[in-house]
Design a protein around this ligand. Structure first.
Ligand code: GLN
Length: 291
């Protein structure tokens, strides 16, 4: 069978199942099997595939056809300039979260600090913490999660990307943050926390709802439980002038609710920023000096 034929058959199969981006998913699977970049696929359409490859492709297509995220099926995904191991232990990294990292990298007051201490709260695959460690060479980075499965994946990623001496990872339920960080020493906290309101979780697309870890999505009744928890902790942990970067839902006025809560806690220079699709997706702010 030629690559072009199997791509077409896979695309048709995904289309029949009403999956999003059918051709793209087929090409992602094929690129992984052929160990090439997706951009090279159109140049290889006449290539004859061995029976082994055809069968492997079929198995991948079956999984994606059942709604499993293609990222779990190929077992990896690119996030900024890193290729991360990705599986059901973590949320699939989203492009918006790449933009969240950019906000931190572009933050001039933070860049002006020598060896700043930065905490990624809810690190999952480690995508944020590891990107910050790789793109902000001077930074000291910690990542925490409540889930040991996610942490084991983040550790595997840190190891294989050779970043494990730059990022410390630990379980924020098993250890008290106040035991790890001296009060008033963190320069930044960054987080893509679970932020979907509980009642909305059942209405997520089946690819998300049935496969991604619920605890990485469900943010409680209004979706803001974890963000409030992080902000409450941040008041004691951050240095004065320390900065927070949150990804939030574009729905339910989350950005303005988070902004209000931040100003009640004594943050200023609070900013709501849009993602590249124009949705209010990020909230940042600096902790003002105490009284
Ligand atoms: N953006 C994800 C989604 O809509 C949710 C990620 C999160 O809760 N942090 O599926």
């Amino acid at each position: 069978m030629k690559l072009g034929e199997i791509l077409q058959a896979s695309t048709d199969y995904f289309e029949k199942r009403n999956l999003e981006s059918p051709r793209l998913s087929a090409e992602i699977l094929a690129a992984r099997l052929l160990n090439c970049k997706r951009a090279e696929i159109p140049l290889k359409l006449d290539m004859l595939l061995s029976e082994k490859l055809v069968n492997a492709m079929r198995r991948g297509v079956m999984r994606v056809g059942k709604g499993e995220p293609v990222q779990y099926v190929i077992g990896q995904w690119d996030f900024r300039n890193l290729t991360l191991k990705i599986d059901r232990r973590c949320l699939v990294p989203r492009p918006e979260t790449e933009e969240l990292v950019q906000l931190l990298l572009d933050c001039k007051p933070l860049r002006a600090i020598e060896s700043p201490l930065i905490l990624d709260f809810g690190t999952g695959s480690g995508c944020i913490a590891l990107s910050v460690a790789s793109e902000f060479p001077d930074a000291r980075v910690a990542g925490v999660d409540v889930c040991n499965d996610a942490l084991s994946l983040a550790r595997e990623n840190a190891q294989s990307l050779n970043l494990n001496d730059k990022v410390t990872l630990f379980n924020s339920v098993e250890v008290d943050l106040a035991d790890i960080f001296e009060g008033g020493t963190l320069h930044a906290i960054i987080s893509n926390p679970p932020y979907i309101p509980t009642a909305a979780c059942d209405n997520l697309s089946p690819t998300v709802r049935d496969f991604e870890p619920r605890h990485a999505l469900d943010g409680g009744t209004d979706g803001l439980d974890v963000i409030r928890y992080i902000l409450d902790e941040s008041v004691m942990l951050l240095a004065s002038g320390g900065v927070v970067f949150f990804e939030v839902s574009a729905e339910d006025n989350q950005a303005s609710d988070v902004s209000r809560y931040m100003s009640e806690l004594g943050f200023d220079k609070i900013n709501v920023l849009k993602d590249s699709s124009g949705a209010e997706r990020f909230v940042t702010g600096f902790l003002a000096d105490g009284v």
